[in-house]
Write a protein that binds this ligand. Structure first.
Ligand code: ADP
Ligand code: MG
Length: 227
């Protein structure tokens, strides 16, 4: 299991995370809800090893990841879809899906298996696979970002505000896809950040609230009252 234990992060002299602790159970979707600037992205970046911790630990099955370089996270089976999707516009959707496997030097047979599994889990990507990344709509791009995270994920997926900017029908479609990933990939722990709780009905098994760099367990109902 992936876990944060008293994680503290300071950036440019400001304390951004103030002792964050939580666990991400496998087969469940955990949502991390908080306003802009609360520390959601920094939490994901801390898990990924992109920002240094000033204290605390990120562990996978008790194994301390803090000392490992950030690129090791993907090799450990943690897929990450950042806020900005960072797709390569001239590459096809399939080439974009394959990017993290190239970085990991993944063997060709495993890459083919993973790609087939992603297409099975997200059939909407099959029709898009030859299209240039730059020609996709926002909603399609989010799907590719999820597929790309799935290419490396064997343990966890971290999605940073995937609903942001999606029209309601597309948000609903995305939520259905997330539910499908959760239901069919019981090996994965999902962590989804969001600034507004009303999009998360039907997605969240468990809710965490982040406020000024502090995280506490809550419920979607309680979050809705503060919306
Ligand atoms: N690289 C950085 N340098 C200095 N401050 C940062 C940096 N990144 C984020 N912050 C600050 O940390 C706080 C949390 O940011 P962030 O994690 O991006 O929040 P969220 O994703 O919830 O909107 C904000 O006050 C932001 O200004
Ligand atoms: Mg953010």
């Amino acid at each position: 299991m992936l876990a944060l234990d008293d994680v503290r992060v300071s950036l440019a002299g400001h304390t951004v995370l103030r002792g964050v602790s939580f666990e991400l159970p496998q087969g469940k979707t955990t949502v991390l809800v908080g306003r802009n600037g609360a520390g959601k992205t920094t939490t994901l970046r801390a898990i990924m090893g992109i920002v240094p911790l000033t204290a605390g630990r990120v562990t996978l099955d008790g194994d301390d990841l803090t000392a490992r370089p950030d690129h090791a996270r993907a090799g450990l089976g943690i897929g990450y879809a950042p806020e900005d999707r960072r797709m390569i516009p001239a590459f096809s959707v399939e080439e974009n899906l394959l990017l993290p496997t190239v970085a990991l030097n993944m063997p060709a047979t495993l890459t083919r298996e993973r790609l087939a599994a992603v297409y099975e889990l997200m059939p909407e990507l099959v029709d898009l696979r030859g299209r240039p990344g730059g020609s996709l709509s926002g909603g399609q791009g989010k799907m590719v970002a999820l597929g790309r995270a799935l290419m490396v994920a064997t343990r966890a997926i971290l999605l940073d505000e995937p609903f942001q900017g999606l029209a309601p029908a597309l948000a609903l479609n995305y939520a259905r896809t997330l539910a499908r990933v959760r239901d069919l990939r019981g090996d994965l722990a999902l962590l989804v950040t969001e600034s507004s709780p009303h999009l998360l009905k039907g997605v969240a098994d468990r809710a965490l609230r982040i406020e000024r760099g502090e995280v506490e367990e809550t419920t979607l109902e309680a979050l809705g009252r503060h919306d």
